[in-house]
Design a protein around this ligand. Structure first.
Ligand code: AMP
Ligand code: MG
Length: 412
């Protein structure tokens, strides 16, 4: 099965979960369950965008000929109050950034364009001020409603809330907001060779890394890992662990390993006995032996065991599913065109190769990070992108372009 088709089939069978109300302080990374409209105009009142003098534009017309005009200062308007003055001909008022414009004023002249250049705190307002620059109507004035008008749709349902969304919710006076519940996920590693970090490492054994990687990925996608467990390579052990997850009432189960065609690969059989297999095996690399189905009605994602395969399989199939469950309306990966610094060989499957993408000479360039063995987790930590080789392509020469999926910023 092609990667797209597999993604579509998964998303088609997944619905957003419950909704809940959360305080906006807790809404970061959650997905909005309702459309948000502006309850008032923003800004609420016309206000100054500079420290300076609120003026009447018509009083400054002589500056062109005379070089300056002198105005009488009739008020001093700090931020946070309703101005009591009303400007008449030849009058102005000192005004601070964010302060409401007084009646009669139609522009602000920044303090730098006057003879009153002192901006030190506590300095008294002068009685008269000389203005050197004419103004256009509305200059340095933030009009009421210029950012948002009352009733504007500001954030749509299905949007993930980033820090700036939280800020604008506060700006509109919201204390709490309706979001979708975070998907609750169980993670099961399978394999007789697996032990937990902390246990003694003996030949033949291997620390379970997948359940840790996957739990972090679940968190990144907005889900909550309710349990992690290691199941042995037997039908009974896998079934017991799935049943435990079922009894916890999770929204999804993710397993790794035991899903290939080996003699000890029991995942498929267990899902067939207790639910449905929707599909098994996808035309991709790494990550081909991926299974999607339902265990007693719970969406089940069977990822391959190799650590990089599990990671890529999660990113490609499970991440969009968890986002969808968590209420996200639309998800698209961030891909950019990159120049290849080396030739790329593939086997015709849609491939996701660990690579480092960086900008050089105004273009993005990509190079592979170390060897692409699907157990080589180190090459993944050296990467910031997955270079996508389309299905059907076996060779791309150096210097050609491919698309790279940026998986993270560079923080090092
Ligand atoms: P399997 O799909 O069971 O054949 O596993 C494929 C490879 O992935 C084997 O080398 C396993 O030892 C390795 N592997 C499986 N599960 C894990 C895990 N949880 N953490 C790290 N490596 C694993
Ligand atoms: Mg195994």
């Amino acid at each position: 099965m092609a990667v797209d088709e597999a993604q579509n089939r998964i998303l088609k069978s997944i619905e957003p979960l419950r909704k809940e109300q959360v305080q906006i302080d807790d809404a970061y990374n959650r997905i909005l369950a309702t459309d948000i409209y502006s309850p008032f105009n923003l800004p609420l009142s016309p206000n100054s965008s500079m420290d300076g003098f609120a003026v009447r534009v018509e009083d400054l017309l002589d500056i062109e000929k005379e070089g300056s005009v002198t105005l009488t200062v009739v008020g001093d308007i700090p931020a946070g109050i309703i101005p009591q003055v009303e400007l008449g001909p030849g009058q102005c008022a000192r005004i601070m950034t964010g302060a409401v414009l007084p009646g009669g004023a139609d522009a602000v002249v920044p303090v730098e364009n006057t003879d009153f250049v002192s901006r030190d705190p506590g300095i008294q307002v002068p009685e008269i001020v000389e203005i050197y620059q004419p103004a256009k109507p509305g200059e340095y004035v933030r009009e009421a409603g210029e950012d948002l008008s009352k009733g504007d749709l500001v954030i749509s349902e299905g949007t993930r809330l980033f820090p700036e969304h939280i800020g604008i919710l506060a700006m509109m006076g919201f204390l709490s907001v309706s979001v979708y519940s975070s998907p609750r996920v169980a993670i099961i590693s399978t394999g007789d060779e697996l032990i937990f970090p902390g246990e003694q490492l003996l030949p033949g054994k291997l620390y379970d890394s997948n359940s840790y990687t996957l739990a972090a990925l679940v968190k990144q996608a907005g889900g909550i890992t309710v349990s992690t467990a290691i199941a042995g390579d037997s039908l009974g052990s896998i079934e017991n662990n799935l049943e435990d997850a079922f009894l916890k009432g999770v929204d999804a189960i993710i397993s790794s390993a035991g899903v290939s065609v080996g003699a000890f690969d029991f995942i498929r059989g267990v899902i067939e006995r207790n639910g449905q297999v929707e599909f098994w095996r996808v035309n991709m690399r790494p990550g081909k032996p991926f299974l999607f189905g339902f265990y007693k009605g719970i969406p089940f994602f069977g990822l391959p065991g190799n650590p990089v395969s599990a990671f890529v399989g999660f990113d490609v199939f499970v991440q969009p599913a968890i986002l969808r469950m968590g209420g996200a309306k639309n998800w698209k990966k961030l891909v950019i065109g990159v120049d290849l610094l080396e030739p790329i060989y593939s086997d015709g499957r849609e491939s996701y190769l660990r690579s480092k993408v960086y900008r050089k000479g105004g273009r993005y360039q990509a190079e592979l990070t170390d060897h692409q063995g699907s157990g080589n987790l180190y090459s993944l930590i050296m990467a910031n992108a997955l270079l996508i080789v389309p299905a059907g392509t076996k060779y791309v020469p150096a210097g050609e372009q491919l698309e790279a999926w940026i998986i993270r910023d560079i923080i090092e």
